[in-house]
Design a protein around this ligand. Structure first.
Ligand code: HEC
Length: 160
């Protein structure tokens, strides 16, 4: 009986890992070691910030999928953190900081206001998260991921 439960647990972990992997596929296609190689200063700082945001999202996804019970305080705290991080984004992209190993697209500085608008989408989703209930969490989680993805599609380039 015990080993059956253990097997179920392993299976659940595997399912979750695959779900997370497919969810973040767009975000982590480049291995971190490669992406960080040679990164310094503001580029390193923003890569770190992005990683932190990714981490904050993980707990939300677990609750959304029912892997963890809904915890309003924890969720609302994540919302506050994501809002704080999102507000830092514009400052972390000074003009001329897009050279490799950065994956920032030059398009960011062609129309910085449009780039900032992408950050605002994330801020708005984070604010919703600060007041999320168990019922609204799935929809808000989708909005959060959509905000990350939307900006990455426009402003993040893949480097080999
Ligand atoms: C306003 C635009 C924008 C938003 C919103 C955004 N990102 Fe990013 N993200 C970028 C850009 C641009 C890069 C590439 C930065 C670089 O390499 O200099 C990046 C890189 C990353 C990386 C790779 C960091 C590394 O180590 O190389 C991760 C992970 C990431 N983002 C996660 C997220 C998550 C999760 C969210 C949503 C919660 C998010 N991002 C929201 C623009 C954005």
């Amino acid at each position: 009986m015990k080993s059956f439960t253990a097997a179920l647990r392993i299976l659940a972990c595997a399912v979750l890992a695959v779900a997370l992997w497919s969810m973040t596929g767009n975000v982590v296609r480049t291995t971190p070691a490669l992406a960080h190689k040679g990164a310094h200063g503001v580029v390193k700082e923003r890569m770190r910030l992005m990683k932190k945001m990714e981490k904050r999202l993980r707990l939300i996804t677990k609750m959304e999928k029912g892997e963890l019970p809904f915890d309003a305080d924890a969720v609302h705290r994540r919302g506050e953190q994501l809002l704080k991080y999102a507000r830092k984004i514009p400052r972390l992209f000074p003009r001329g900081s897009g050279a490799p190993p950065s994956e920032a697209s030059a398009r960011i500085w062609q129309d910085f206001a449009a780039f900032q608008a992408e950050g605002k989408k994330l801020e708005q989703a984070a604010m919703l998260l600060m007041q999320a209930s168990a019922a609204t969490l799935p929809d808000i989680a989708r909005q959060l991921r959509a905000a990350c993805k939307s900006c990455h599609e426009k402003y993040r380039v893949e480097r080999d």
